[in-house]
Write a protein that binds this ligand. Structure first.
Ligand SMILES: Cc1cc2nc3c(=O)[nH]c(=O)nc-3n(C[C@H](O)[C@H](O)[C@H](O)COP(=O)(O)OP(=O)(O)OC[C@H]3O[C@@H](n4cnc5c(N)ncnc54)[C@H](O)[C@@H]3O)c2cc1C
Length: 395
């Protein structure tokens, strides 16, 4: 079977490529001020995101006033394939662009949309996502951070953890418990919390992967007052936003992951050939298996995407997330083992990442655990696949 796109779609791809060649930030600009966390937006990256917005290349599926061009689903697929080829992210506040803005569009009041959607798309406002707590990760519904409504404001007390970018974020899209007397999936609400509010204490956490960049934080709330109009949707009805937010997160993730994996396998093959490692039949076999898995990921993604484009449900997302994150981890481990001490300083090209996020292979291996945990761990994905994709009974 030969898969190809029609001429109109290829013209769309060519237009995007030409625009990217002309407009993407130079390496010099990117190196002038590396992003220090997933909510730290350096000036050059704000300017880049605004250029994407103005040209309709930020979220192509959305209308022009929201940084898009009402692109078809197939054009969006091509868009993500092309974006994965350049070593710069669309946004240096990815949780804002891909989770929080779509959630505000789905659930926010007119006033909230007016206040936050376009400024966030134009990188004038940055966000962190307050879901996980010390006792609530996979079981998010167990969250304990309390918000009591007193008159026209909520008073928030509690703690979040693993909050990416919290030290630089302007706002937190925060899941809180507003009613402790009902079953745990009910009684959860979402508040927009100004990170400069009195009583918000952000404590960065040291990370294994980087000494310069502390993305993880603990966030403590001590009597933080939040105006009632910052409630998103209805009180006690926040749970659908938790599943909605994660769906936004997973959306097209596989596209860039599949494209990135293809490039990384090719890169590892080239590095192996250069060093004569490809003479080892065992290593060759491992490389071949990685190539096959990367191709499987891509074609499984196409199948799920075809269903999505026909308006059907696509249960493949959990499989793609699981396979993509685990293949990337195996790839980084193979590279690290094969290159030995060289893996400590041989950088990979970092497709789809900013230059400051293109670490040596060994560091990449350490970082690969992020993707097998964030957005639902591999074990949780296996549970979902067993029950919702394969239809196996719950134990
Ligand atoms: C890079 C990264 C960025 C993150 N950014 C954010 C952020 O910005 N905001 C935020 O709120 N959170 C964030 N997180 C936290 C992330 O959502 C949680 O780590 C994740 O949901 C898992 O929760 P946990 O760490 O509490 O582990 P737990 O839920 O305590 O799980 C511990 C272990 O038990 C396993 N386990 C748990 N339940 C089951 C089950 N039912 N069946 C089988 N095995 C199970 C898990 O798979 C895991 O191996 C981030 C995490 C990472 C790695």
């Amino acid at each position: 079977m030969k898969l190809h796109y029609d001429p109109a779609t290829e013209a769309f791809r060519a237009e995007l490529r030409a625009w990217l060649d002309e407009n993407r930030p130079t390496r010099g600009a990117m190196e002038s001020e590396p992003s220090r966390s997933s909510a730290h937006i350096p000036d050059w990256s704000r300017a880049w995101q605004q250029r994407l917005f103005d040209a309709g290349w930020l979220v192509p599926g959305w209308p022009p006033e929201l940084g898009g061009r009402s692109a078809t689903p197939v054009q969006q697929l091509v868009y993500f394939e092309e974006m994965a080829r350049i070593p710069v992210q669309r946004s240096y506040n990815p949780q804002g662009l891909t989770i929080i803005v779509p959630s505000l569009r789905d659930f926010g009041s007119d006033a909230q949309q007016e206040r936050f959607v376009v400024p966030s798309l134009r990188a004038e406002v940055s966000w962190c996502l307050g879901m996980s707590e010390p006792g609530a990760g996979s079981d998010l519904a167990g969250l304990q951070t309390r918000a009591d409504l007193r008159g026209d404001r909520f008073v928030v007390d509690g703690q979040k953890v693993w909050t990416s970018g919290a030290a630089h974020a302007d706002w937190c899209f925060c899941f809180v418990r507003t009613n402790p007397d009902v079953p745990k999936h009910r009684g959860i609400s979402v508040l927009l919390i100004d990170m400069q509010s009195q009583g918000v204490d952000v404590r960065p956490m040291a990370e294994l992967t980087d000494r310069e960049r502390a993305d993880f934080n603990e966030v403590f709330f001590d009597g933080v007052e939040v105006p009632r109009e910052n409630l998103v949707g209805e009180i006690d009805r926040g749970w659908p936003m938790a599943t909605g937010s994660l769906a936004h997160e997973r959306g097209m993730l596989w596209t860039s992951q599949a494209a990135r994996l293809e490039h990384l396998v090719a890169e590892l093959c080239a590095a192996a050939r250069e060093r004569g490692l490809d003479a080892d039949p065992v290593f060759r076999e491992r490389l071949a298996a990685l190539h096959v898995d990367a191709q499987a990921l891509k074609f499984m993604g196409y199948r799920g995407f075809a269903r999505f484009a026909r308006g059907e449900a696509s249960p493949e997302h959990s499989v793609l997330k699981l396979l993509g994150s685990e293949v990337e981890q195996r790839l980084a481990l193979e590279a690290t083992e094969a290159l030995g001490t060289e893996a400590l300083d041989v950088e990979f090209a970092g497709f789809g990442l900013g230059v400051e996020e293109s670490p040596p292979w060994a560091r990449r291996y350490l970082f690969s655990f992020a993707n097998t945990i964030a957005g639902g761990t591999s074990e949780i994905q296996r549970n979902i696949i067993a029950q919702r994709v394969l239809g196996l009974p719950r134990r």
